[in-house]
Structures are given as structure tokens and as C-alpha cells.
Design a protein around this ligand. Structure first.
Ligand SMILES: CC(C)(COP(=O)(O)OP(=O)(O)OC[C@H]1O[C@@H](n2cnc3c(N)ncnc32)[C@H](O)[C@@H]1OP(=O)(O)O)[C@@H](O)C(=O)NCCC(=O)NCCS
Length: 169
């Protein structure tokens, strides 16, 4: 069985937050220490449904998460941001991050559609040193629209995608 076959993408539960804080603190130096990361995860959790987490789970436990955020109100034409995605370093490059992005976006779009709304666009930003632009091109069909100098640790790129339900991602 491949890593992708035993992988489950599901909405996060409150009891996942401690694990998510560990994964976040490992992936992003600016989130450390873990206790501070956990404060951040609990604050985002409290902001549901504006902010919503999904996790990637393997038989051994949760190995990654993604955080989606609605911007500017629960609009009829929703603007959503992929605020953060991370996979445990030992589990990267096995397709888990890609599955997290694609499946969680499909579920987010379905939830928004069930409220009689639709996703107008998806925004995601990434640092130049993170090299994740290609990843977002592939998983979201996103393209760079702007560059912000010196945002976090370096320049930041803003990418936009306009996904349609049933798109091949
Ligand atoms: C981004 C991330 C979630 C991708 O998870 P993953 O499980 O490795 O994703 P996949 O296996 O589906 O895809 C990996 C591909 O994306 C590329 N990629 C993704 N993020 C990258 C990054 N930060 N730097 C370099 N390459 C990256 C990999 O090189 C790989 O490319 P390849 O298939 O051509 O070899 C993971 O790398 C991670 O947690 N990074 C640290 C946190 C981060 O930078 N998050 C994104 C900004 S919020």
C-alpha cells in the first residue's frame, strides 16, 4: 500500500490541536516555541467557521494540516485564503501536501456551495525562500500576481487561483 492509499484527509478535531502545534513549530521557525504555536492554533480554532482546519492522517497519526480562511465576510462570491499548510518533515515529498490542498479545497468549496455561495478566488502567499510556488501552481492552478518586499523573512509572493467545482487539480 502506498503512502497516498493509506492517507485520510479529514476536518480537524479539537484534540488534534496539540499535534498541529508541533507540526507548525517544526515547519515554521516564526511559530516556535510549541506552546506559542498552540496559542495560535487555538485562536484560529476559535474563529470557526471563518477559519477551518483539515488534517492529513496516516495509521500512525496526524502528519500534516492545512488552514483555510474566508476574507472580507461570508460573501456570496467567497474570497478564501490558503493561510498555512505543513507536513511533518519526515513525511514530505510523498504527495501528502498535494492531497491536503486538493481534497480540503474540494470540501471547502462544497461547504460554501451548501450555503448557496461560491468560491470566487483563492489567494495564497509564499516566501521566495520557501520555493513553494511550483507546488501551488500544480495543486491549485495558482499564478503569481504580486511580490511584496520584506514581509516575513524575505520577499513574499501573492498567488491567485480561480477554481471551479470538479476541476482537475
Ligand atoms: C509545502 C509542504 C506542505 C508540501 O508538502 P509535501 O507533502 O512535501 O507535498 P507533495 O509531496 O505533494 O509535493 C512536494 C513537491 O512540492 C515541492 N515543494 C513544496 N514546498 C516546497 C518548499 N517549501 N520548498 C521546496 N520545494 C517545495 C517539493 O520540492 C516537491 O516537488 P517535486 O514533486 O517536484 O519533487 C511541505 O513541504 C512543508 O510542510 N513545508 C514547510 C512548510 C511550508 O513551507 N509551507 C508552505 C507555506 S505556508
Amino acid at each position: 500500500m502506498t503512502a497516498a492509499e493509506e492517507l485520510r484527509i479529514r476536518p480537524a478535531r479539537e484534540e488534534d490541536l496539540g499535534t498541529l502545534a508541533e507540526i507548525g513549530a517544526e515547519a515554521f521557525s516564526g511559530m516556535r516555541p510549541v506552546a506559542v504555536a498552540e496559542r495560535w492554533f487555538r485562536a484560529c480554532w476559535a474563529a470557526q467557521p471563518r477559519m477551518r482546519y483539515w488534517v492529513a492522517e496516516r495509521p500512525g497519526g496526524v502528519v500534516g494540516y492545512i488552514l483555510w480562511m474566508e476574507k472580507g465576510g461570508f460573501r456570496a462570491e467567497a474570497v478564501v485564503e490558503l493561510e498555512q499548510v505543513a507536513v511533518r518533515s519526515a513525511e514530505r515529498d510523498r504527495g501528502i501536501g498535494g492531497e491536503l490542498v486538493r481534497k480540503s479545497l474540494d470540501e471547502l468549496m462544497a461547504r460554501i456551495a451548501s450555503e448557496g455561495r461560491k468560491v470566487k478566488l483563492v489567494e495564497v502567499t509564499t516566501g521566495s525562500e520557501q520555493g513553494a510556488i511550483e507546488f501551488y501552481r500544480r495543486t491549485l492552478g495558482a499564478e503569481v500576481v504580486a511580490q511584496v518586499p520584506g514581509l516575513f523573512r524575505g520577499d513574499e509572493y501573492i498567488l491567485i487561483a480561480r477554481p471551479k467545482p470538479g476541476d482537475e487539480r
